[in-house]
Design a protein around this ligand. Structure first.
Ligand code: HEC
Length: 398
């Protein structure tokens, strides 16, 4: 019953998290697009930086951006801050439900983790708190004004965090914690720096005083950071579907590679929006980076696996699957914390196993993403046998 309830809580929070995330990232992309498409109006006005026209869902819209601020505050002023807060709160709740509460730690750590699940949870939470304090500290200090040096230091710290987390957690949980760290930095950038700067602007306008000019550049810097983190974070949030990333031996390096690909892709759009035209090198880096990752994570087959392996029969692999997988992947799972087969994947019948052969190969042979956390202690020899059976065509009949 508890597992069943947790599944529904997980569903509801994940749903909310995705919706809030779409609203947040969507509005931030939209405003960047707006900023980069402003034009001088037909009759340019003194205090207007630019304007643009749009047509959408049956109506025309006209937007004007002020150079500084309107002389009089409008009655209603729309802010965009709750999207970030709801995304973060739902994200942290999802981390708690999906990784800390569900499955008694099987999603959090695996056989090679040096710590127990409760300690791993403590490390996970501490990473978010310390990570934000260090990041914020760097950019509030004089170092933060150095631009490239501060960026290089932050990047190195991110690499260190990814490596450290991959040593503590299972691959999936390590990825999610890196994502949660970046998401935390993004949300706090909004609430601790960007919104106060906007508040200052609004207060100054209301009081008819000049605004504090030092706040604008700081807010701008954080918003640039958020911009570059968007694509890497979104990849991390869907990474659970791609075991060749988090299940790789050097999963932290793969993650950093994907983060770079995401950031250079974002950079391309930023340059384009800034009117720099087509900058081929950004695509070059992204495509070459993606290709390098495909090759780097490729299964042994592409790297010259021997094809004279002995022929393995279904009768040899059936007991392995029964022992190592069906505690969870069965119509009636026996593993504590599992009320239904995960993702509906069952291996009760020979045909079930045959139908999933390709995924089984990826998850249990090429990578070691399954059995989850290697809870059922599947051996290397068993993985090799299952792999050989699949390579030979995954035949059931002898
Ligand atoms: C401790 C429980 C557990 C055990 C044991 C286990 N799995 Fe899984 N499996 C899961 C969970 C949980 C998921 C869902 C992961 C997700 O949400 O993406 C899953 C998902 C899968 C999927 C579908 C995901 C995809 O990406 O295609 C396959 C296939 C799979 N497991 C194969 C196996 C195989 C093969 C074994 C045995 C060698 C095994 N599992 C053992 C818990 C387990």
């Amino acid at each position: 019953m508890e597992a069943h309830l947790l599944e529904w809580v997980n569903l509801a929070i994940r749903w909310l998290h995705i919706i809030a995330g779409i609203a947040w990232i969507g509005s931030s992309f939209f405003f960047m697009w707006l900023d980069s498409h402003l034009e001088p109006g037909e009759t340019p006005k003194e205090d207007i930086e630019g304007e643009l026209w749009m047509v959408h869902s049956g109506g025309f819209y006209q937007v004007e951006k002020f150079k500084v601020a309107p002389t009089k505050m409008p009655k209603t002023l729309h802010w965009f801050k709750w999207e970030a807060a709801v995304t973060w709160i739902s994200g942290i709740s999802l981390l708690l439900v999906a990784f800390y509460l569900t499955g008694r730690g099987v999603f959090l750590i695996d056989g090679s983790s040096p710590v127990s699940a409760p300690i791993a949870m403590g490390i996970g939470i501490a990473t978010l708190v310390v990570g934000w304090l260090v990041y914020d500290g760097i950019y509030r200090s004089p170092l933060g004004k150095t631009g490239n040096l501060a960026a290089a230091i932050s990047f190195v710290l991110l690499v260190v965090a990814a490596y450290f987390l991959s040593e503590i957690f299972s691959g999936r949980a390590a990825y999610i914690h890196v994502g949660a760290l970046m998401g935390t930095i993004m949300a706090f950038n909004v609430w601790a720096v960007i919104i106060p700067s906007q508040q200052n602007l609004v207060n100054a306008t209301l009081a008819g005083k000049p605004r504090d000019l030092s706040m604008g550049p700081k807010a701008k810097q954080r918003s640039v950071h958020n911009n570059y983190m968007t694509l890497p974070v979104i990849f991390i949030m869907v990474s659970g579907h791609y075991p060749s990333t988090f299940g790789h031996e050097m999963n932290w390096l793969v993650l950093i590679g994907l983060a770079i690909v995401g950031a250079t892709t974002r950079h391309y759009f930023n340059l384009r929006n800034a009117g720099a035209g087509f900058k081929g090198w950004t695509w070059g880096v992204s495509v070459a980076g993606m290709a390098a990752l495909i090759v780097y994570t490729a299964p042994a087959m592409l790297q010259g696996e021997a094809d004279d392996a002995p022929r393995v029969t279904y009768a040899q692999i059936q007991p392995i699957v029964a022992e190592r997988c069906t505690v969870c992947h069965s119509a009636t799972p026996t593993q504590a914390g599992f009320s239904v087969a995960p993702l509906g994947v069952v291996f009760d019948q020979p045909q079930d196993i045959q139908a999933m052969a390709d995924r089984i190969k990826v998850l249990s042979v090429t990578t070691q993403a399954m059995p989850l956390g290697n809870l059922t202690s599947m051996t290397e020899e068993e993985r090799r046998l299952v792999g050989n059976w699949i390579d030979a065509g995954a035949k059931i009949e002898q």
